[in-house]
Design a protein around this ligand. Structure first.
Ligand SMILES: NC(=O)c1ccc[n+]([C@@H]2O[C@H](COP(=O)([O-])OP(=O)(O)OC[C@H]3O[C@@H](n4cnc5c(N)ncnc54)[C@H](OP(=O)(O)O)[C@@H]3O)[C@@H](O)[C@H]2O)c1
Length: 161
């Protein structure tokens, strides 16, 4: 299963000045639950922002300039290499822009957290995609000063490229 996990603002922003432009208690819980024990794939900048491999899961970094390796940490040169390493195991694409764009035609399921705010001057956006290719399920809402809603996009039969 190829999954994708993202949180985006109402105007589709996912990043600003190299980081995620909100901090909402509990918002990252789903990410942790889905990826723990599985495989998470992220671009080099997202990894460097976190600064260390995420614990209790295989971290695959995509980069053409750096080679991060270690316990549960490997670097590959393309999304396809990450998919090949995963084999039959569940793998979750965690951004940023280019990996999301490359994964979109291939994903089976997307976990999109809709963050109820407008971000001015965002510089990384979630790519456009055809919503008609997916069944959308609206899940729980949460948050404190900023609210969010979980949504799940499950690919309809025969739309996978
Ligand atoms: N809201 C969210 O859910 C979310 C999730 C993730 C990230 N973010 C935010 O998004 C921003 C970072 O995203 P970003 O798009 O700027 O950078 P990124 O995707 O994290 O990293 C970009 C780098 O990853 C490597 N890379 C990505 N795709 C590749 C591919 N297909 N083949 C080879 N290398 C590839 C390249 O590294 P080299 O230059 O080393 O070749 C590229 O320069 C930050 O602001 C972060 O906080 C938000």
């Amino acid at each position: 299963m190829l999954g994708l996990i993202v949180a985006r603002s109402k105007n589709n922003v996912i990043g600003k000045n190299g980081s995620i432009p909100w901090k909402i208690k509990g918002e990252q819980k789903q990410f942790r639950e889905l990826t723990t024990g599985n495989i998470v794939v992220m671009g080099r900048k997202s990894y460097e922002e976190i600064g260390h491999p995420l614990p209790n899961r295989q971290n695959i970094i995509v980069s053409t300039t750096k080679q991060y390796t270690g316990d549960n940490l490997v670097t590959v040169g393309s999304l396809q290499e990450a998919i090949d390493i995963a084999g039959d195991r569940d793998i979750y694409v965690a951004g940023g822009y280019r990996l999301f764009a490359e994964a979109l035609p291939l994903v089976d399921k997307m976990y999109i957290t809709e963050v109820d705010m407008i971000v001015e001057d965002g510089d990384v956006f979630f790519p456009e995609f055809d919503v008609n290719e997916f069944e959308i399920t609206v899940g729980e809402s949460g948050g404190d000063n900023i609210r969010y809603t979980r949504t799940t996009y499950t690919r309809k039969e025969k739309t996978k490229k």
